[in-house]
Each structure stands twice: as structure tokens, then as C-alpha cells.
Design a protein. Structure first.
Length: 260
């Protein structure tokens, strides 16, 4: 384990793909994942819930400390009445959730409906291998990577987009830490949403170029994602200004973490 300093809150605005994260050893969630992967035996249910409970209590303790450092009283903040939900924001949440869910269902249908197509491609590759014919492994790796990206982010996009919308009522205020308005959690959630949308768009484009016979179905995915990205950019015009701890503050790093 490296001795580099941990990066507080880095996991709040990431894509939750720990296996590929260059900061896995500097993230509280990442370190917990590493420990889980390195265990010889799976965690019992009791151990899992205990770890979650310990993590939750530690998060509360750190939050309490940070609030006190600002000169505020945590109990006073906790006792403040909950704001009334904004019906306009609730309506936006529903809109974004519906768009994200529609895309998730479309992805699921695409891979289920094309199962025979994928199996045929696999048989074709095996046949070429058996006949000692050349195989473009770069193209195969590119396709595998694209599919992995699409499946990884299919559900993540709608969940994170909804979180961004739910925080819109606070995004124009300077928070208790003294951060500028663009550094709100809503903008951070919008930023990682848009980033994962753009990665998914790139992945679908790879499939479209490789499988022209599936172009019509893939075009529908591209249209859905493009519309969602445009909507998020309209709602969060300052999303690019948000600075994500680690990802936007550390020098560019490259690393592919392989699970044992």
C-alpha cells in the first residue's frame, strides 16, 4: 500500500469503477474495496454490515469535526427544519429519471436481443483461430472495452443525474465550508454524470463503426444519450467549473488495476 496522503471525499464524485481508479489507494472506499478483494475468504453478512456501520460512524465523526472547525454547532444544524421540497425540482427529477431509465432499459434490451449475434461473432473468431487465420486483437480489445464501459455506466448515469437534480435548490448558495456556488455537490454530480455519458457515447460509436449491421439500434442509443447530455448541460451550465478532489487537482496519472 502506498504512503501517499488520502484524498478526502474523492469518492463522492467518481464513477465508482474502483478496479480502474488511479487513486484507489488514496480513497477510503477504494482501500476498503482492496481489503475485500485481498481476503482469502468472502466476508460474512455480519462482517459486511459491521464494515458499513463502522464506515458510516466514521463519516459522521469526520463531518462533525469539519463543522466544528468552521465555528458552527453540529447539533444546531441537525435541528434545523427540513426545507419543503420544490415541486419544480421534483418534476425535473422525474424527467431525468425517466430519461435515464429509458436508456438503461434500451441497453438491457440491446444486449438481450442480440445474444445470437454476439454468439455468432464468437464462433467466427474461434473458427479463424482454428484455421490459423489472422485475428485483429486490437479491434477485439476495443470492442470488449466499449461493451464494458456501456454496461458499467448504464445504470450509474440515471442515478447520478437524479442526485444532481435533487441538489439544485442549494447549488446557488455558498455552503458552510465557504466554497463558491459552482463547487456544489449538484455540480459535482452533474459533472461525473456528463463525463460518463460522454464515455458511453464514445463506446457506442466504436460499436457502430465495428457493427454497421446494428447501426440503427446503436443510433437510438446515441440519440438518447445526446439528449440527456444536452439537458444536463442546460441545467448545470457551470458543471465544468466543479473541481473534483484528486481527479482535477492531481497530475494526470495512468494505471490499470487488475484484480487478483
Amino acid at each position: 500500500m502506498k504512503s501517499e496522503k488520502m484524498i478526502p471525499a474523492i469518492h463522492n464524485w467518481c464513477d465508482r469503477w474502483c478496479e480502474r481508479c488511479v487513486f484507489i489507494e488514496r480513497c477510503a472506499v477504494g482501500v476498503a474495496e482492496l481489503r475485500r478483494w485481498q481476503r482469502d475468504t468472502p466476508m460474512t453478512d455480519e462482517e459486511v454490515w459491521q464494515e458499513i456501520s463502522d464506515s458510516f460512524n466514521e463519516a459522521l465523526r469526520m463531518l462533525d469535526e469539519m463543522i466544528r472547525e468552521t465555528g458552527l454547532d453540529p447539533e444546531e444544524i441537525a435541528n434545523q427544519p427540513e426545507p419543503e421540497p420544490d415541486p419544480n425540482i421534483e418534476k425535473l427529477e422525474e424527467e431525468i429519471w425517466e430519461q435515464g431509465t429509458r436508456y438503461l432499459n434500451a441497453v438491457d434490451a440491446f444486449f438481450k436481443n442480440n445474444k445470437a449475434f454476439f454468439e455468432e461473432k464468437g464462433v467466427e473468431i474461434q473458427r479463424r483461430s482454428d484455421m490459423d487465420l489472422p485475428i485483429d486483437f486490437d479491434e477485439l480489445n476495443s470492442l470488449q472495452e466499449a461493451i464494458e464501459i456501456i454496461l458499467r455506466y448504464a445504470a450509474f448515469i440515471s442515478v447520478k443525474a437524479r442526485r444532481a437534480i435533487s441538489g439544485m435548490d442549494n447549488m446557488h448558495d455558498t455552503d458552510i465550508w465557504g466554497d463558491p456556488p459552482h463547487q456544489s455537490d449538484a455540480n459535482g454530480s452533474a459533472k461525473i454524470t456528463i463525463i460518463t455519458i460522454e464515455r458511453s457515447l464514445g463506446a457506442w460509436e466504436i460499436l457502430r463503426r465495428r457493427w454497421p449491421e446494428k447501426a440503427d439500434d446503436i443510433l437510438d442509443m446515441l440519440v438518447q444519450l445526446s439528449r440527456l447530455r444536452k439537458r444536463m448541460e442546460q441545467l448545470f451550465p457551470d458543471w465544468q467549473k466543479f473541481v473534483r478532489p484528486g481527479f482535477d487537482t492531481e497530475p494526470p496519472q495512468v494505471r490499470r488495476f487488475e484484480m487478483n
